[in-house]
Design a binder for this molecule. Structure first.
Ligand SMILES: [Zn+2]
Ligand SMILES: [Zn+2]
Length: 174
């Protein structure tokens, strides 16, 4: 869904949209209720909005799909990318990095909404705070049941003790 910047009237625009957004290659798409207030000062576009939806996510620990509600408000300024690159090629400042950009007099509203949502999702979303994850040996989902694998790492501080025990056992045997 494309918004033509030069078509935004002086008094601004209100938009109520139901968009289909895809947050992850493996799950979704999801329907998002989006309400936007769009205003423009020359070429600078200010978008204020709210997004309500149930997100389909994949747990970063147990790899199961799960859903999580989102109720997000945002406000973001969009500048034409041409303006920035026309200025002498300086490194983008932090302030500029935080800005949204658009190109060719158009803003894609689905991209805009997806970007705002992705900013809210942690790198490794969890289906629950204490998700037990999967066993690295057998792949069992440890939220469902525990597996027989033992983690055979001996605490290095206990190693001398372990050796002593072994040598005592050997002595008993001989
Ligand atoms: Zn999980
Ligand atoms: Zn296991």
């Amino acid at each position: 869904m494309r918004l033509v910047v030069s078509d935004i009237p002086e008094e601004g625009l209100e938009k109520e949209l139901n968009l289909s957004v895809k947050l992850n290659d493996n799950v979704g798409p999801d329907a998002a209720d989006v309400s936007l207030t769009i205003s423009r000062i020359k070429k600078i576009v200010l978008v204020e909005g709210s997004i309500k939806m149930v997100m389909s996510l994949k747990c970063g620990r147990c790899l199961n799909d799960f859903s999580s509600p989102l109720d997000l408000m945002f406000s973001e300024e969009y500048n034409p990318v041409e303006e920035i690159s026309n200025e002498d090629a300086h490194e983008l400042t932090d302030a500029e990095m935080g800005l949204g950009f658009y190109q060719n007099d158009e803003i894609d509203l689905v991209d805009l909404v997806e970007e705002q949502i992705l900013l809210e999702i942690p790198m490794k979303p969890l289906c629950k705070e204490d998700c037990a994850g999967i066993c690295s040996k057998c792949g069992q989902d440890l939220n469902v049941k525990t597996c027989e694998c033992k983690i055979e790492e001996v605490d290095p501080r206990l190693e001398p003790l372990q050796r002593l025990k072994e040598s005592m056992n050997n002595r008993k045997r001989s």
